[in-house]
Design a protein around this ligand. Sequence first.
Ligand code: SF4
Length: 212
Amino acid sequence: MSDTLLVDEMFYSIQTEGVFAGRPAFFVRLHGCNLRCAFCDTMQDKEKAVKMTPKEITKKAKEIGRGDGLVVLTGGEPLLQNVKPLIDRFIKKGYYVQLETNGTVCQDDLPFGKGLYAVVSPKVKAVHPELIKHGYAFKYSIIKGMQDVNTGLPKGVWQDLKGNDRKKIMVSPVFCNHSVDTADNIAEAVAICKKFGYYLSVQYHKLIQGIK
Ligand code: SF4
């Protein structure tokens, strides 16, 4: 199977979400997703996506980043492409990789816990069993009024977290074009954290965008 990947964008910035928030990171955004979430903020333009090998991507990481530390592999849905050669190459070079996935698909022989950390963001009713087993954290998108009152997590979305209490459950308020809606979503996420003991994850890259 080819190890060439279709890449939407790469950049070096601060990881502002989830378990590694606050750390500088090299971001690789892979093209394509199997879901169509109404609140998706990812630009997907196949015309602008570029084919790259793992060697070219790690070379770019060294050119524009520190040459070590955190890599965030995101999308779209990165597990729709053959990501193992890239992940293995980054880990071999001393990086550690955060894989952002919607949890609907998985692949064989990924090095979970050995330099690879999966942050699963469930959006539908099912999550792949391997990701339930190996998910390092579970992150949920919060829109005001859409949560199950018993769990504080979105209705209609996988949340069978029994036995996963050692893992981090994070809630992330959805940022909207309308600031009032965003404020409502943040307020609901904060209330959910206080009630259920979850972690709050705020997409504060939306506040530091444009800062080089
Ligand atoms: S899973 Fe993520 S990338 Fe895919 S459509 Fe939903 S929000 Fe967008």
